[in-house]
Design a protein around this ligand. Structure first.
Ligand code: M6R
Length: 615
């Protein structure tokens, strides 16, 4: 999950690559580097730290002219983040230079072989092994870079998106992908290479997305030649017109992407059900579901596979599918599912949820499920992503690009899509009455304006954040549909403020976590009117009698919890099944404000990356 970017054409490569790295920094940000070809040699600069650190030192270190270059922003896998392990990496001769996103799993055995053949290594990375393997093939086989990359990659086990060039052939960049995304932007006599299209949006709207096991030779002033890595056979390029625009990937006046994305939720939810939810006609139309209705209706059970926040959305969907459509659901961490020899049959329907559509564990879980004959349906945000392509059918969330590492609008739009599917199936199965069904549609349509209303409590949430920003631990409690929201609230706080937080089903508190409660422990309790209100009120009383500090998320006008809690944040009333769409919002805001007050890097929290394309 590093970011890679490259340029070959007639403009100065440096500013394009630098800006591209800033856009890709969400993918990894523990080190960064650039290699430029200045007309006679490679100029390379790299450093531990952010792209800004690279920018600060690069112009002092190297001349930045040249119309060919590659750049990298890293999320360390092999070797600690330091200057030496940063990319790009040279081959031993200094002729080749490479950037890489992914993991070469058999790098140690390859390295041993190369050492026997006289190669030396400066870094601890698998990437330096790969560039020397390519160089070795070039020498042994007396072949050009493109062919050598193809031969070398056939010896490699792992995942990669790479870009490599040879200073003796400075008219081409060779790129390849397996398991990590790679896009080629096609301009007028110029080409852009990047992990996603954001670095080249202002230059071209035309892009080719490499498929797994494909490589391309990108030649200055010429066309892009794509070949299969396995057998070197040619592939006809498929050019797509990008739908993204620059505004979508910029902060638009907000201090952080996370805040912008929290505030985008009314629009994102609306976009997600737009055209699908037709309340007047009382229908839900989703082609991915309609076209595969039999698969859905004949499924013995639904298995949801996902990671992180997407897994939490999956947990919400367990309640929705079972409640409304009476289909048994199992929600699995993709990382566990893929390795535990699960029982899957052709009668199972698997739903894979992923914002990025690139999460390695989720992708592997999908492949496993497909190999056992299950039908796999994807819920992804990124159009054309690996998961969107690997699944048998799917429905996109229309959240727009999510750049903040902490997922916000992806979560609410995933729940929106899953709710639409559950309602559609419930109607088809007859497990919901027509009045109840209509009621759901009407209420769902009102959600964007209700989320808008919750966002108005932002200043109040900020005052609560200020009171609790220095505590060491937080507890989040919820029941039923709001238990996964408690997990999600705790995850948000952990990942951006580094405060330890746990989410629990409210009633489980007495089986252990209650021991943690004292006057220093803030407990966020989701206690909306519908659902298990009375039971949750009892839980609040238990907390109160142990002097815990209660932050209640309550339905507008609630009195009972108000009297017990230290603070209450009101959310508009809605159906219980839709309540996660509103109760989540104050929890996102709370974690955001605490992190800002603690001076944390909200959009790029330590150790994390936006899409986890490695195991
Ligand atoms: O792109 P995905 O939805 O597959 O990503 C899954 C998780 O990596 C992601 O949700 C992660 O937990 C976020 N940092 C949560 O905010």
């Amino acid at each position: 999950m590093c970011g890679i970017v490259g340029y070959i054409g007639h403009r100065e490569a440096y500013p394009i690559i630098l800006k591209g790295l800033k856009r890709l920094e969400y993918r990894g940000y523990d080190s960064a580097g650039i290699a430029l070809y200045d007309g006679s040699d490679i100029k390379l600069s790299k450093t531990k730290g952010k792209v800004a650190d690279l920018e600060a030192r690069l112009e002092k270190e190297i001349t930045t002219n040249g119309t060919l270059g590659i750049g990298h922003t890293r999320w360390a896998t092999h070797g600690v983040p330091n200057d030496i392990n940063s990319h790009p990496h040279y081959s031993n001769s200094g002729n080749l230079v490479i950037i890489h996103n992914g993991i070469i799993e058999n790098y140690e055995s390859l390295k041993k072989e190369l050492i026997k053949r006289g190669y030396t290594f400066k870094s601890d990375t698998d990437t330096e092994v790969l560039v020397n393997l390519i160089e070795d093939v070039m020498k042994k086989e007396n072949t050009k870079l493109g062919k050598a990359v193809q031969i070398a990659l056939n010896q490699v086990v792992g995942a990669y998106a790479i870009a490599v060039f040879d200073k003796n052939k400075p008219n081409e960049i060779v790129v390849a992908r397996l398991g990590s995304p790679l896009a080629i932007g096609i301009g007028d006599d110029e080409f852009f290479i990047a992990s996603d299209a954001s670095p080249f949006l202002e230059y071209t709207k035309n892009a080719i997305y490499l498929e797994d096991e494909e490589m391309a030779i990108v030649r200055r002033d010429k066309e892009v030649k794509i070949r299969k890595i396995k057998d070197d056979s040619p592939v006809a390029p498929y050019m797509q017109e990008l739908q993204l625009n620059l505004e979508q990937i910029e902060k638009g006046g907000y201090d952080h992407f996370m805040l912008k994305e929290i505030y985008e939720q009314p629009r994102a939810i609306l976009d997600t059900f737009r055209g699908r939810l037709r309340t007047n006609e009382a229908i839900i139309k989703m082609s991915g579901v309609e076209d595969n209705m039999k698969k859905f209706l004949n499924a013995d059970r639904i298995i949801v596979v996902a990671c992180g926040t997407s897994w939490h959305a999956g947990l919400v969907s367990e309640y929705i599918f079972e409640d409304l459509a009476r289909i048994p659901v199992e929600v699995e961490y993709a990382s566990e599912f893929r390795y535990r020899n699960p029982v899957i049959t052709e009668k199972d329907l698997v739903i894979a949820i992923s914002q990025s559509g690139e999460t390695a564990d989720t992708l592997a879980a999908i492949k496993l499920a497909k190999s056992k004959g299950a039908f796999v349906f994807g819920v992804c945000n990124v159009v054309g992503s690996s998961i969107a392509r690997e699944t048998d059918a799917g429905a996109y969330t229309h959240a727009g690009p999510e750049i903040g590492v902490a997922s916000t609008k992806a979560f609410t739009t995933q729940i929106t899509v899953l709710t639409l599917i559950a309602l559609r199936l419930a109607r088809a199965k007859g497990t919901i009455s027509s009045s109840d069904y209509r009621h759901h549609l009407i209420e769902l349509e009102l959600i964007p304006s209700k989320v808008e209303k919750v966002l108005k409590s932002d200043d109040y949430v900020k005052t609560i954040a200020n009171i609790y920003k220095d505590v060491k631990n937080f507890l989040y409690l919820g029941r039923g549909y709001n238990f996964p929201v408690a997990l999600e609230g705790a995850l948000k706080l952990k990942e951006i403020s580094y405060i330890h937080a746990e989410g629990y089903p409210a009633a489980e508190m007495k089986h252990g976590p209650i021991a943690l409660i004292d006057e220093n422990m803030p407990i966020v309790v989701i206690a909306t009117k519908k659902g298990h209100y009375d039971k949750v009120v009892s839980n609040i009383q238990e907390i109160k009698s142990r002097k815990g500090k209660i932050i209640g998320i309550v339905t507008e006008g609630d009195q009972q919890v108000k009297e017990l809690a230290d603070h209450v944040i009101e959310v508009p009333e809605t159906l219980e099944s839709l309540s996660p769409l509103v109760t989540t919002i104050p929890l996102q805001l709370l974690s955001y404000h605490i992190a800002v007050m603690l001076n944390k890097n909200v959009d790029q929290p330590r150790n994390l990356a936006k899409s986890v394309t490695v195991e």
